[in-house]
Design a protein around this ligand. Sequence first.
Ligand code: SF4
Ligand code: SF4
Ligand code: FES
Length: 243
Amino acid sequence: MKVEIVTVRDGAEAVVEFDYARRSEDEKPMVLDVLLQAQATTMPDLAFRYGCRARNCGVCTIDINGRPRIACRARARDGDRISPVATLPAVADLVVRRDGIARQMRGRLQTAQGNDLNVEAPADYHELTSCIECYACLNNCPMHMRNFGGGLPGDMDPADLPDPAEGYRWGNPFSLLKLQMIRIDPLTTAAGREAALDNAIDLGLDECVGCPGCKCGVGIDLKGLVVRALVDDAGDRLPSAAE
Ligand code: SF4
Ligand code: SF4
Ligand code: FES
């Protein structure tokens, strides 16, 4: 089975064809298996990330044919093109900088208070806890693309890219999910709920009005449980809704 692997070195892309040797006739390898074999054979310096190999840690996300997928759970197919996720800046080969998202949330998530663990969280809260931070939902998010002049990191002159170490200015479905978790956490104070909504508005929640919505890599209902809940509660505080 032949695939194409996009490598990135010092900002320059190259496409390397790799021929995966199936270990048995009926083997249906995951893309991560293909990358591991490539690294063990003809591409010893191929850079990529993985951890749990069981769709738990979220760090193995790559693009397959231009769409974000979780490498340890995506079946490889003949002709697949494997590249770094386009929504974040590439560091080397399939490794991207993930820290800009986490740093964006610095100081925005410290609103839960109290220690009464004998409190039931709503069902929605438990669904949101299944987020594995894979960042697949950044795909096609106009709010996240505001960080890159309305496009993707690869479209920009590297000198103009925002510094991930500062945390990105504009949000994304994942950051909204984290803020919505704060809002429905029964331990959060009323002031904490209000601060979380303020943060969502500040991150660019107005982009969600009229947006077709975001897709989660593990099937969380982002549109219903996160975006709609925040947009409804923000009401006429959103710039586009106030116009
Ligand atoms: S609904 Fe909002 S968070 Fe989701 S893709 Fe659109 S702008 Fe991004
Ligand atoms: S919301 Fe879904 S797609 Fe986004 S980071 Fe979490 S698990 Fe991944
Ligand atoms: S290696 Fe952990 S989700 Fe793929």
